[in-house]
Design a protein around this ligand. Structure first.
Ligand code: GDP
Length: 201
């Protein structure tokens, strides 16, 4: 018998190449190779988990395929419970862009209360030797731009991936009464968007 679970929509945003698909893949399937995702066009994956006694199904949305995605921003963003702003610690440009991703998300998702909306910031590719963004710089940005939690992750070697996603759930639980999201689920699912959606751009 499936357990009752709350459904949370979590969206990964950030420049192309920072590792969004890899983080989702690492967390849900514990694999690093995203070739299959990119080939078949996976756009979200579900992951069941328990956080602090709450059973949750996290629906994690990836914004792979940036060009096609741009005209689909509103349906992608709307209804998100948490946004993971992602950059790569070896790419300062991707760090400079997270503020723009945040603004864009708030606009298209039509976030009514930006001060309390849960954002989590991920500095990915921690395993890479040559950093362009320091821990202090990233922590300062997070503190000054809404006091967002910050995690340095590696989708390659798994560092901090699970704790970052779990923190996203905690932030959602802390901000909302989730009883309106009750569904039945007990599996980890692989989803594809219908083909009709992918031909429109
Ligand atoms: P996306 O466009 O943001 O979804 O990025 P991808 O997940 O497709 O990753 C882009 C490239 O970065 C791929 O070659 C990945 O193998 C690589 N990559 C992703 N995460 C990591 C990581 O944590 N460490 C390293 N070294 N490479 C990574």
């Amino acid at each position: 018998m499936a357990a009752k679970s709350s459904l949370f929509k979590v969206i990964l945003l950030g420049d192309g190449g920072v590792g969004k698909s890899s983080l989702m893949n690492r967390y849900v399937t514990n694999k690093f190779d995203t070739h299959l995702f990119h080939t078949i066009g996976v756009e979200f994956l579900n992951k069941d988990l328990e956080v602090d006694g709450h059973f949750v199904t996290m629906q994690i949305w990836d914004t792979a395929g940036q060009e096609r995605f741009r005209s689909l921003r509103t349906p992608f963003y709307r209804g998100s419970d948490c946004c993971l702003l992602t950059f790569s610690v070896d790419d300062s440009q991707s760090f400079q862009n997270i503020g723009n991703w945040k603004k864009e998300f708030m606009y298209y998702a039509d976030v009514k209360e930006p001060e309390s909306f849960p954002f989590v910031v991920l500095g990915n590719k921690l395993d890479v030797a040559e950093r362009q963004v320091s821990l202090e710089e990233a922590q300062t940005w997070c503190r000054e731009n809404g006091n967002h939690p910050y995690f340095e992750t590696s989708a390659k070697d798994s560092t901090n991936v699970a704790v970052a996603f779990e923190e996203a759930v905690r932030r959602v639980l802390a901000t909302e009464d989730r009883t309106d999201h009750l569904i039945h689920t007990d599996t980890v699912n692989l989803h594809r968007k219908p083909k009709s959606n992918s031909s429109c751009c």
